[in-house]
Every structure is written in structure tokens, then in C-alpha cells.
Design a protein around this ligand. Sequence first.
Ligand code: NAD
Length: 476
Amino acid sequence: MNEVDSASRDMIARVVAEVVRELSQRSPSATTGTTSGVGQWGVFETMDEAVTAAARGQREYMERSMAERRRYIDVIKAVATVPENLEYMARETVEQTGMGRVDDKIVKNRIAALGTPGVEDLVTTAWSGDDGLTTVEYSPFGVIGAITPTTNPTETVICNSIGMLAAGNSVVFSPHPRATKVTLWLIQELNKGLAEAGAPANLIVTVREPSIENTNAMMAHKQVRMLVATGGPGIVKTVLQSGKKAIGAGAGNPPVLVDATADIPKAARDIVAGASFDNNLPCTAEKEIIAVDAIADLLRFELVKAGAHEITDPGELQRLEELLMSEGRPRTEWIGKDATLILEAIGITPQPGTRLVVAEVDRDHPFVQHELMMPVIGLVRVPDVDAGIAFAIEIEKGLRHTAIMHSRDVTKLTRMGRLIQTTVFVKNGPSYAGLGIGGEGFTTFTIAGPTGEGLTSARSFARSRRCVMVGELNVR
Ligand code: NAD
């Protein structure tokens, strides 16, 4: 065979390989299932197939070096931050879930990819002395079952994949049914990238049709060694009752307290920015404002200047409440909707660019008592900062999730932080500073208040193991 023939043969082989790959993407049955163990880029028909494939992938993964792990994490970050992918995820999520803002979702997905720590999070501890050398290292659990919310569907897949794979695990995702299409798309893109980088197949898997039954099957599967639930109180309680090691990242109702010493115009700008970010979907977002009497009117004025629409008319407030609440609970169809849409629905034509609706209300008003996840926020007036701290603690309801305070009084900031005991406490910034957006520290979208891991990272998804060498290897 001459050189030209050999070159064309190579080209044909490449084309065939590409076509096979394309076909395998289009035809699930060709590559799905336990017989091939390949799935359709990580998407399987049944939960048992998905978990079995993830367990096999994880066993192979254990043979890979830390350098290879690092490379796979870089691939996840690279796939997630391709500009077209960021745009697609944001648009599709808003379209499929009917919630949130495209621009903000781009910011959230990018920071989830770039701000989540990888292998570097697994720092070894060592003791050396007369009795030898002891190390404590982080090892994987094996297969982790991760349940993701509608509010941050792709962000959670990105940050959980980075942290869980960095710690040497594989992960089976159980996405919210309302965000299935975009979540499955992301999982498939991550699998394609990982395959190109030579990673074991099926380190990140899911099922074609997520459902409560499939989530239950995942939680009960004997090869799933750890559960991580990011969602409301129901699913957190369920994983904690599973009998398995579980991390629960649950709901919050973050208060923002503004005292008389604060820079009021800046506090107002930060509150509008934080409370309207992705239409208030983040669990960390400001959910009610507590303002001390001395500055409450100035704060209201500055909030409007910063882009909020204030409702003062009792009739309008009544209509707003009837629109957004049903039997004392937030109506699902209005969660994560734009402030302009909400205002128009009660007959108000807002200024263009209005991002937040604010209304001064009583402390027992539903806009204060409930985690609305809408760009609508109640403002409660308190006589002084100590009364404000006391009310912030009451309204946070022991969830120990997130609180925000604007103040220049270090003693009162310290008092609030000590007493409220939230996992995230942001001082003098928008709530999202606590996620590493304009604040120091790494990023996560799984904030485990109930089980105490706090802002989760690779080490939260790892087992701590002690290795003891007696009498040797100490070289001091
Ligand atoms: P959700 O509780 O309705 O759903 C979360 C996930 O759990 C979904 O995948 C859902 O399908 C699953 N699920 C819910 N009930 C289930 C059941 N009985 N059996 C099996 N699976 C079940 O929450 P959501 O509306 O998607 O997300 C918003 C909630 O999540 C808010 O309360 C928010 O504060 C919280 N959240 C918390 C964090 C955090 O890090 N702490 C992050 C994001 C969202």
C-alpha cells in the first residue's frame, strides 16, 4: 500500500470513529446499559445501570495518579467555561425552569467552575517524632449520590463534580425533574471532555428520566456510599434518615440588618444587588431587611435610588401578597420571576431596569417569614441595633444558613456573628460575596448548615484516614 493509501486510510478511520461517536450520542440504545457500561455519555436508562457504571468507573479511577485527577478537574472547568456553554446553560435553565436571570446564571456557572477548589483542597496532615511518622490523608467514599436543586441546577453539578472527583469519587446525580434537559446536557458535555482527556468512563452519571422514584432508588442503592442533598428541608431530612453518611445543604431565610453606623447608600446598593441576583434564587440571598429606625427612611430612599421599586400603598401591598402567596406559602409559578413581571401582574408599570420590589411590613408578614425566592423583600423597622440582632436571629429560625449586616460598629458586627451562628455571615457587602463573588474565599453551591460541613469542597466528600509508621521515617 502506497503512502497516499495509508493517509486516506487513517483519515477514513478518523471519520468512522467520529461518526460512531456521533451515532452513539443520537442512539441511546446503541451504547446504553450494563452490557457496554458506556451509557450515553453518562446518561443511563435505569438507576441501577447508572450506579453500577459509576462504581466501575470509580474503581478504575483509583488507579490514576493525582496529576491525572488534576487534569480531569481542569477539563471540567474548561468545558463549563466555554463561552457558548455558559450562555447555553444560562438560557436553557431560565427557559426550562422558568426561573432566574440569564446574565446572573452566567456569572454563577462561571464562578462555580473557576472558584471551586480541586485536588489542592486535600491537604495532608502529618506528625513526626520519636515514635515515627503518622499521616492523615483524604480518601474517596466511592460512589456519591448527589441530589441537585432547580434553583442552581448546573452550578451544583459543576461544583459537586469538581469537589467529588477531586476527592477520588464518582458521582451519580439526581437532578430536579424541572431542570432535567439542561442537567443531562451538561453531564454529557462533561463526559465527552473527560473521555477526550482519557479519564475512566462514567465518573459523572445520571438517569434519562429523573424522578422521585429514581432518587429513592439511588439513595437505597448499596453501592452508593455517601449522599449529598442540596435542596429544601424535605430532601435534607430524607437523606439524613437514609442510614448512610449524608451531607444536607438546606434552606435558609437570610436576614440583612442595617444599623445607624452603616454607609447607607452603599448598603442599599449591596442589598439591591444581592437580593435581586438571579431573582433571589440563591439560598444565600437577602430575604428580608431589618433597618434601625434612625436610618430606615434614608435606607428606603436609597433602595429606590439603587433600582428597587417601593410599594407603600396598602391596596397594592395586598394585591402583591395575593399574587405571590397561596395558603400562606409562596406560589411556585412566581418563584424566580423578574420584578418587572411581578409588578406588571398587579397593574404597576415599573421603571425600566427595576430589579427588586421592597415594602415596609410588620414582622409577621409572609414576605418576612417565608423564603420567597422572589425579587420581593419585606423591610422591618426596629428601634435599635440590639433589637435588630434579636429579630434577625428569630427570623433566621435556627436554620444557621446565612446572615448579612451593614455596620461600621465592630462590636455590634461581632455580637451579631456570635449570636446568629450562621454558616455564612457577610459584613458590608452583597450576600453573594459569601459565595466568593466579590468576597474572599472559594466557591460552592452546596452550603451544608444542617450537617456542619459548611461551604463544602473536596475534603467534605472524602474520608479522613490515618496511616502510622512506628519508629521510622521520622528524619528530624
Ligand atoms: P427541592 O427541595 O424541591 O428539591 C431539591 C431536590 O430534591 C430536587 O432534585 C428534587 O427532585 C429532590 N426532592 C425533593 N423532594 C424529594 C423527595 N421527597 N424524594 C426524592 N427527591 C426529592 O428544592 P428546590 O426548589 O429545587 O431548591 C430550592 C431549595 O433548596 C430552597 O429551599 C433553597 O434554600 C435550597 N437550596 C439550598 C442550598 C444550600 O447550599 N444550602 C443550595 C441551593 C438551594
